[in-house]
Ligand binder design. Structure first.
Ligand SMILES: *Cc1c(COP(=O)(O)O)cnc(C)c1O
Length: 424
């Protein structure tokens, strides 16, 4: 029997066995990519994101409605002088069919990831997050009972809430930034049967995010010319590129790759800095000087990954290169102005990262970076927080542990194992 999908090393080109595999066993500094046996996409009669199950690295599905939503913008499109502005809305907006309760596209990553884990390597999944990813995985855990451990910077704890009670998850807060949380999550994964979720290296996460591009293509009948997204790791940009490659292979949605227009928030803009000099590798003094201070000043801290998959084969640099991409460095002020404009013309409130993205689109329109007659897909990666608060009694999720940045696992290992045994 032909397997539904195989994993391939982007750099070496060899196929790789699937055991929730995250990196190339031959040691190539490369992402793995899922290749699907089905070359033509059939939109399935399954809930939410699982409509796109053909191109997700899972066999089963979950009874969760969260999925991408695509619509043609009228008001904002006219305001910006665009002929065809298509919005991919990932958040809570019931009138438009937006049912992502935790209000960001991280739920699109969480859903296929937990299914892939259960099918390929049942374990306790460990997720490091600046907040939105943690909330997404906690929500999926709440709805399905699938156990997770999430590790977040202490400053993100106030963003941990769900719309259903969480009974099978443990939260660890780290006194540091997102990168410190990532480092501590690696400590947790040193315990047997605790599995690193994998971030950008996880094909389920990328192909989950890639459904934004798929939904846009099936909704409007073709791929867009431009794809706008604010990035911290760039996983969503890579995912959009990979989804577009599959759509080209499908043959019904056009044959030109959408150009990636990706943005970061000043003063922390390492990928903009490196890309503008056409460098694959970061020069930390140039690209992220005084990183901690810069990170503390941005409007959108989900965009502040210090170790993004930029240089790795198949990563952000390659995706920008392949699609003739552009990067934008957006100020806090521009983001806030863009947010007001979006709310005025389209309605819902935005995640600050989505505001950064809207600001980049405004800049692109004003500076002639794009042809206004062409089709723009604007990925609103998060929004609808005000509305979800009105419609649901949100349940705050508290940390079980708080650790110092750079702490080792020994300090909490025994207690964590006991907690996981009884609750997870
Ligand atoms: C994580 C996140 C981003 C950045 O996504 P990446 O593609 O992983 O860099 C943008 N917007 C929101 C709302 C997010 O939560």
């Amino acid at each position: 029997m032909i397997p539904k999908y195989t994993l391939r090393c982007v750099q070496g080109g060899e196929t790789v066995p699937e055991h929730y595999t995250l990196s190339c066993p031959d040691g190539h500094p490369s992402l793995l990519r899922a290749e699907y046996a089905t070359k033509q996409l059939t939109v399935r009669d399954l809930p939410g994101i699982f409509r796109f199950s053909d191109w997700l690295p899972v066999h089963g599905s979950l009874p969760v409605d969260a999925g991408p939503v695509t619509f043609h913008s009228e008001a904002l499109s006219r305001e910006l002088g665009l002929s065809s502005l298509v919005i991919g809305f990932n958040g809570y907006w019931p009138e438009r069919g937006g049912t992502i309760m935790t209000c960001s596209f991280k739920e699109l990553e969480a859903l296929p990831t937990v299914v892939r884990m259960q099918e390929q390597r049942p374990a306790t999944l460990v997720i490091a997050s600046a907040g939105n990813t943690a909330r997404a995985f906690l929500q999926v855990s709440a709805l399905t009972g699938i156990p997770v451990v999430v590790v977040v910077p202490e400053t993100a704890v106030s963003r941990l809430w769900t719309t259903a009670p969480v009974n099978n998850a443990v939260v660890i807060a780290v006194k540091g930034d997102y990168t410190d949380a990532i480092r501590f999550s690696k400590e947790v994964c040193s315990i047997p049967r605790f599995l690193e979720e994998g971030g950008a290296k996880n094909v389920a996460r990328r192909d989950g995010m890639g459904t934004v591009m798929l939904d846009a293509a099936v909704t409007i009948g073709h791929m867009p010319d431009y794809y706008f997204q604010a990035i911290g790791s760039g996983t969503g940009g890579i995912a959009a590129y990979e989804a577009a490659l599959r759509l080209i292979g499908d043959g019904r949605f056009g044959f030109a790759l959408p150009s990636l227009h990706l943005s970061q928030n000043l003063p922390f803009v390492p990928m903009v800095s490196a890309w503008n000099e056409q460098r694959r590798h970061f020069v930390p003094e140039t690209d992220m000087p005084d990183a901690k201070a810069a990170i503390s000043k941005v409007y959108s801290d989900v965009l502040t990954n210090r170790e993004p998959p930029y240089a790795i084969a198949g990563g952000v640099f390659d995706s920008l290169s392949a699609t003739n991409g552009q990067m934008y460095a957006v100020t806090n002020e521009e983001a806030k102005v863009a947010e007001k404009l979006f709310m005025e013309f389209e309605g819902p409130d935005l995640d600050p990262a989505a505001s950064v993205c809207v600001a980049s689109l405004i800049r692109a329109c004003e500076s002639g970076m794009i042809e206004k007659k062409k089709t723009v897909l604007l990925n609103i990666t998060g929004g609808g927080y005000q509305r979800v608060r009105e419609d649901f009694a949100l349940i705050a999720v508290r940390p079980s542990f708080t650790v110092e940045a750079g702490a080792s696992i020994e300090s909490i290992q025994k207690e964590l194992l006991e907690l996981v045994k009884t609750h997870v």
